[in-house]
Design a protein around this ligand. Structure first.
Ligand code: ZN
Length: 487
C-alpha cells in the first residue's frame, strides 16, 4: 500500500458519517490498487491500439484469470480478447468536372467538393438531373445512372440526399445557395471520427457546389441559376434533365485501429436459462493535453479505471461464492470514449444470443460519491429490471433516489449501445444519484489530466456499489427469483 492509500483511507474515516453498512476497508484498498495501477502514467491513458492498451489488456486478463473466470469470447481462436477493428476515413482528394455535349465547362477553383463513403469512387461523365429542393418524389428509372442536383434547405438536407441515393441516384450534388459554405462542409467531413470496420465499403458520392460554381457550369446552356431557383419554387415541379454531364471522383485516407474487448465468464449451473452481463469500459484518451501543459496524460482514474476496478472485485466475490443458475459474463469494452464502439461490436458479434441476456449492468465512473450516498439508476423505466433492483436495494438497506433524472446520461454510456439492441441494460450506482455532483465532475477533472489518483479520491462509495452489484447479480442469476426472458 502506498502513502496515498493510507492518506485516502484516513481522510475517509475522519469525514464519513455513520452509515448502515459495515465498512470494507480491505475492498477499498483493493479497488485503490487497481485504479492506481490502471491510471498510472505507465498505461499512458489507455488509448485503443497503443502500448497502453496492451498493458491494460494484460492486467485485466491476468486479474480475471487469477480470480478463476474462464474466457467468455466463445471463440477458441481469440480466448479472452475479442478483436474489434475501428476505421476512420478522412477525405483525401476530390475532383469535379462538368461538360456539355463533350465540351468541358470551366469550374472556378475551390467551387466544388465531393466525398465518398468508400476508399475511392469514380463516376464518369454522368448526366445531371435537377430535382429542385429534393422534396418531390422522383422515379427510380429517372434517377438511375444520373447525378441528382438539388438546392440545400434546412436540417433535413442530409435525409433528402440519402433518400435520393437510396432511390438509385448515381450521386447527389447539393447547391450551397444559402448560409452554408464549402469550408464548413469540408470541416465537418474531416471530423467524422472512428467507426466499426464493416465488410462492405460504401461508395456513395456526395458532392457540393457553390452558387458561383453552378453558375459557371450552367453558362452557355438554356437555364441559369435564377431559372433553376424559379423552377424549384413551382408547386408542380418535376425533375428535369439538364444539358450537362459531370465527372466526380473522390478518395479517402484510411486509418485502422486494431483493439479488443476483454470477455470473461463464470459458468452457471443452468446456462440455458440465460445470462447476466456486467460491463465497464477500459479505454480512455491517451495523451489529451498539449504542451506547454506539463501533464499530458489523461489517466482516467474515475473514468473508467474505477469501473474496471469495481468489475474485477465484483467478479472476485461472485467467483468465490456459491454457484449461480445463470452464466455471468464480464465485459471490459474498448473505444467507449470514441462512440461506444466496443459495446456496439459486442452487440453485433456477441458470444451468446443477445436475447439470452436477462440483465446487464454497466459500470462507468463509479468513484464520484462517498459511502452512504443513495443509488441512482441510469436507464430507469427503460427496462423491466427496476422492480428487481428496488427489491435488492431494500434487502441491502440501500436507498434509491426517486425519479429518472439520471436518464439524462443514458446515451452517454455503453449501456445505450446495448439498449439499442434490446438488451435490458442499466447503470446502478451512487455516483449517478445526484445530477449536481455529476455536473461538478464534468466541469472539473472529467476528460482532463486532472482525472488521476490524488488525495481526495474516495473509493468508499465504489466499495458499497461493488457489494450491491454482487447482490444484484445473485438476484438476477437466480432462476427462482427471475424467470427466463420470454421470447
Ligand atoms: Zn469518458
Amino acid at each position: 500500500m502506498n502513502r496515498l492509500t493510507a492518506a485516502a483511507l484516513a481522510a475517509a474515516v475522519l469525514c464519513s458519517p455513520a452509515a448502515a453498512q459495515r465498512r470494507d476497508t480491505a475492498l477499498e484498498a483493493a479497488l485503490l490498487a487497481h485504479v492506481t495501477e490502471l491510471a498510472s502514467d505507465a498505461y499512458d491513458g489507455r488509448e485503443p491500439g497503443t502500448d497502453g492498451e496492451a498493458k491494460t489488456l494484460r492486467y485485466i486478463g491476468r486479474q480475471w484469470f487469477d480470480i478463476g473466470l474462464e474466457s467468455g469470447t466463445n471463440d477458441p481462436r481469440n480466448a479472452w480478447f475479442a478483436p474489434v477493428t475501428l476505421v476512420a476515413r478522412e477525405p483525401a482528394s476530390s475532383r469535379v468536372a462538368f461538360s456539355r455535349r463533350g465540351r468541358p465547362q470551366f469550374s472556378p477553383l475551390g467551387s466544388t467538393e465531393v466525398f465518398t463513403s468508400g476508399k475511392r469512387t469514380l463516376l464518369n461523365s454522368a448526366p445531371v438531373l435537377f430535382v429542385g429542393k429534393g422534396q418531390h418524389e422522383v422515379g427510380r428509372a429517372e434517377l438511375a445512372g444520373r447525378v441528382a442536383l438539388l438546392f440545400e434547405g434546412g436540417d433535413s438536407s442530409a435525409l433528402r440526399q440519402n433518400a435520393l441515393l437510396k432511390a438509385g441516384a448515381a450521386a447527389v450534388m447539393t447547391i450551397l445557395d444559402g448560409e452554408r459554405t464549402l469550408d464548413e462542409v469540408r470541416a465537418r467531413r474531416s471530423r467524422s471520427g472512428y467507426a466499426l470496420a464493416t465488410e462492405e465499403l460504401g461508395g456513395d458520392l456526395d458532392a457540393y457546389i457553390s452558387a458561383e460554381g453552378i453558375e459557371r457550369a450552367l453558362a452557355g446552356g438554356p437555364l441559369d441559376l435564377t431559372a433553376l431557383r424559379a423552377l424549384a419554387a413551382q408547386p408542380d415541379f418535376t425533375a428535369k434533365v439538364l444539358d450537362l454531364a459531370v465527372t466526380l471522383e473522390a478518395t479517402t485516407r484510411e486509418t485502422r485501429i486494431n483493439t479488443h474487448n476483454v470477455i470473461g465468464r463464470i459458468p452457471g449451473r443452468r446456462p440455458e436459462t440465460g445470462a447476466i452481463l456486467l460491463l465497464a469500459h477500459w479505454d480512455h484518451f491517451g495523451e489529451c493535453a498539449s504542451a506547454p501543459a506539463e501533464d499530458l496524460v489523461c489517466n482516467g482514474a474515475i473514468d473508467n479505471a474505477s469501473g474496471i476496478a469495481a468489475l474485477t472485485e465484483i467478479a472476485r466475490r461472485l467467483a468465490k461464492g456459491p454457484a449461480m443458475d445463470r452464466d455471468v459474463y464480464f465485459l471490459a469494452t474498448t473505444a467507449e470514449e470514441i462512440g461506444l464502439l466496443g459495446a456496439e461490436a459486442f452487440a453485433e458479434n456477441p458470444p451468446l444470443p443477445l436475447d439470452q441476456i436477462v440483465a446487464a449492468f454497466n459500470l462507468d465512473s463509479f468513484a464520484l460519491a462517498p459511502r452512504g450516498t443513495p443509488i441512482g439508476i441510469v436507464g430507469r423505466g427503460l427496462t423491466a429490471l427496476d422492480a428487481g433492483i428496488l427489491a435488492v436495494a431494500k434487502a441491502q438497506k440501500r436507498k434509491v433516489v426517486d425519479g429518472d433524472a439520471a436518464n439524462a446520461y443514458v446515451r452517454r454510456q455503453d449501456g445505450w449501445a446495448l439498449l439499442a439492441h434490446d438488451v435490458p441494460t442499466v447503470m446502478v450506482s451512487s455516483s449517478w444519484s445526484d445530477i449536481a455532483r455529476v455536473e461538478r465532475f464534468f466541469d472539473g477533472d472529467y476528460h482532463r489530466p486532472g482525472d488521476q489518483v490524488k488525495p481526495g479520491l474516495d473509493l468508499s462509495g465504489t466499495a458499497e456499489d461493488v457489494a450491491f452489484h454482487v447482490a444484484l447479480v445473485r438476484h438476477f442469476a437466480d432462476l427462482k427469483k427471475v424467470p427466463p426472458r420470454s421470447k
